[in-house]
Design a protein around this ligand. Sequence first.
Ligand code: SF4
Ligand code: SF4
Length: 359
Amino acid sequence: MKSADIRELAGGLGFELAGVAPALPSGDRARYQRWAEAGFAGEMRYLTDGRAELRNDPRSLLASARSVICVGKLYNAPWPYSTRFHDEERAWISRYAWGGDYHRLMRRGLERMGASLAARLGPELEWRACVDTAPLLERSYARQAGLGWIGKNTCLINQQSGSWFFLGELLVSVEIEPDSPPPDRCGTCRRCIDACPTAAIVPEPEGGYAIVSRRCISYFTIELRGAVPEQMRPGIGRHIFGCDICQDVCPWNGSATVTAEPAFQPLHAAPPLARLAEIGEEEFRGLFRESPVSRARYAGFLRNVAVAMGNSGRGEFRGALGKLAQSGDAVVAEHAQWALGRLEGAGPAQGTNMKSCGL
Ligand code: SF4
Ligand code: SF4
């Protein structure tokens, strides 16, 4: 079987990108280890505990694996980039989290691919579908499989499609002709490094670039439980879940393809902060049940809303922040107090325009 056959099969299942890499230990594992040992993973212990060892070899996930089929599914929606959207009344949610939960959709497509391959190659074929919950250095395998190169912003970038796509893998017990990695096309560009508000993209001593999670807005707003370090809060701006800046400014995303996938249509792009601050826990669960935003958990979400309000410069948020400052959750209350202090001297209250909001 050739990788061209895999691409045809993947295309029929809705994956715009596909390629094949050998199921061998990744050449990036030493680099990953250095990144984890430097403490760049912050408190994301699932990246550094026993599961880290499993990442070294796909055969620790499927002993009979011979090939890694890597797929990419575009999620870009026809909305402006965060760097071109200026409305301080509104929060910013990372582009990948605007629609429904991608894990289920990706897994379903990969399982259909596994079943289809088993129908062609025989029931003795063994396969395992992985979406980003399985310990696998998926960007490294996707690069190896020809889907793109790893940019200075550490995202996988495809020359034609940019970087707005989800990755998934199907480990299979047959050898398939592998693809080869494309050249690195970042060249002398450093737009992502210069645009990062918290200076989270750093050069590595051995070459290449790494994200220091302990400085990254995505880490603070999604993964970190507890207090955001005070000195980092101003740089978070109005991001309440994730950050797209280092992808928004990438020239390879200048005319990135927009997805037609109904599940990825934008439901949660740029909601009004005033509305978010009054959402109760039950409503939060219902609203984001199918969305990656649920990962922030309710208290983390309110903490992020408070920080974004504090950074907005909008005096009308004082009332909402005063209520959050009374929260029974000490972290939410402290962040709201911080935000109130930051709004000291902000202009008088103005009417909040929620006319065009989806919420
Ligand atoms: S996601 Fe945001 S904070 Fe993190 S490295 Fe990119 S630009 Fe910087
Ligand atoms: S912004 Fe420039 S340096 Fe950064 S990933 Fe894109 S092409 Fe590479």
